[in-house]
Write a protein that binds this ligand. Structure first.
Ligand SMILES: Cc1cc2nc3c(=O)[nH]c(=O)nc-3n(C[C@H](O)[C@H](O)[C@H](O)COP(=O)(O)OP(=O)(O)OC[C@H]3O[C@@H](n4cnc5c(N)ncnc54)[C@H](O)[C@@H]3O)c2cc1C
Length: 394
């Protein structure tokens, strides 16, 4: 038997985009229902490195574009939210580092000169030395230069937990989602046994968007997937480090973040160029060997003998764009009552939400009388990847 639920906004997908939007809409008095078919955050969000970029790495060639300026605001937006003063109250979310670092291991001054010459970077970087260096770089043999960027690194599992708490009774676990049309207008969705009638439907299911668009008979927007082959390293020798390590090219040679495992050890999560094209072509064993060689070269004082290694293949989902370059803004498009999009970065979840709110305001969508949704099947929270990969290696 189908149960009908009335809401203002139905959100499909419980990653950072859906969860942030849900929290913001609820704060503004909207009734919402967020439908997740698996676990909250379990798509790309808990597999992300948690860096709240301000666009610094895109300025490596002195070329922050105008659109990059949207991302430049994000660290401050998130900082306010973490202090309980932003659009969404993120107090209690664990901040892993209040800075991300730019680390030049050798003498690639040319690269850095254009970087610092870029107007967008002025006032956003400071060189750090000695006791101010990240823990993993505090060694007598350390050579190179390190710059502090005003970017944050968050513990994403605690972020997902906080947003799930803010969601109250608005979360629904459902496997099958089909559109409900009246007079060729989308008026809601059928989610398993629930008929959800909504003023607007927002689709933000990450890499799941494509299949849902197909099921809804929408041809656009098109999605692209960018495969990554990330590496994780866990052990007593692992020390905190949050940094883009520069190579000669426009992308960081390796981007390292460090995450707390439940047993008290630290886990390095390695991305950047290491995880892109060449890394994707490597087998898990080859990719681990490549990561071990990088660490041996960059951090030779780290004893790797007791470190456990694992890799993770994951796709980034984005709207199609030419040349597989990365967009600097969240993306949404609209058609017949359906808003669909990708934040394209965890950091851009507030930008994604802004774009949806602007569309709702333009269309005069207002909160209706408050509804209660107590007793719905609730999706679980995704486990941190460093817990699942090391406790149950693939
Ligand atoms: C390895 C990696 C590292 C990254 N690091 C960073 C970083 O440091 N900083 C940064 O800003 N960004 C980073 N990103 C990008 C960032 O993770 C993503 O842009 C962001 O998490 C996307 O959020 P989302 O909510 O759109 O998608 P997702 O997190 O993928 O969530 C989509 C949700 O929709 C659900 N879903 C899918 N299909 C259906 C369906 N049919 N019905 C119901 N639910 C469905 C999924 O289960 C999932 O929970 C990284 C990405 C990757 C892969």
């Amino acid at each position: 038997m189908s149960l009908t639920l009335n809401t203002d906004i139905a959100i499909i997908g419980g990653g950072i985009a859906g969860l942030w939007l849900n929290a913001q809409l609820r704060q503004r008095g909207f009734n919402t229902l967020l439908i997740e078919h698996n676990s909250l955050g379990g798509g790309q969000s808990v597999k992300s490195q948690g860096i709240i970029h301000g666009g610094a790495k895109y300025a490596l060639h002195g070329a922050l574009t105008g659109s990059s300026e949207a991302i430049a605001e994000m660290p401050e937006r998130w900082r306010c939210a973490l202090n309980g003063q932003g659009d969404v109250n993120l107090s209690g979310v664990r901040l892993l580092s209040d800075a991300h670092y730019l680390w030049s291991p050798g003498s690639i001054a040319g690269n850095l000169t254009s970087f610092f010459a870029s107007k967008a970077m002025r006032g956003r970087v400071d060189q750090v030395k000695g006791a101010h260096l990240p823990a993993a770089l505090q060694h007598k043999d350390f050579k190179g230069r390190v710059y502090r960027l005003a970017e944050l690194v968050l513990d994403v599992p605690s972020l997902v937990q906080r947003l799930a708490d803010l969601a109250g009774d608005s979360l629904l676990q459902a496997q099958q989602i089909t559109p409900v049309y009246e007079n060729q207008q989308l008026v809601g969705v059928q989610a398993d046994d629930y008929t959800i009638r909504a003023q607007r439907v927002v689709l933000c299911a990450g890499s799941g968007n494509q299949d849902i668009l197909q099921a809804f008979a929408f041809k656009k927007p098109e999605q692209q997937l960018r495969p990554l082959h990330m590496v994780l390293a866990k052990g007593a020798a692992v020390l905190p480090l949050y940094a883009h390590c520069l190579g000669g090219g426009s992308k960081p040679r390796v981007t390292i973040t460090t995450h707390p495992a439940a047993d008290g050890q630290w886990v390095w999560y390695l991305g950047g160029n290491l995880a892109e094209a060449d890394g994707v072509a490597r087998s898990a064993e080859q990719q681990i060997a490549a990561a071990q060689a990088e660490i041996a070269q960059l951090l030779p004082w780290i004893d790797q003998t007791a470190i456990q290694w694992a890799t993770l293949r994951v796709d980034r989902a984005e709207p199609v764009q030419s040349g597989l370059t990365r967009p600097d803004n969240a993306f949404i498009s609209e058609d017949k009552g359906l808003l669909v999009g990708w934040p394209t970065k965890l950091a851009l979840a507030p930008d994604f939400s802004d774009r949806v709110l602007t569309a709702l305001q333009r269309d005069g969508i207002q909160p209706s009388a408050p509804q209660s949704y107590a007793g719905l099947p609730r999706p679980s929270l995704a486990q941190p990847i460093w817990e699942t990969l090391f406790n149950d290696p693939a």
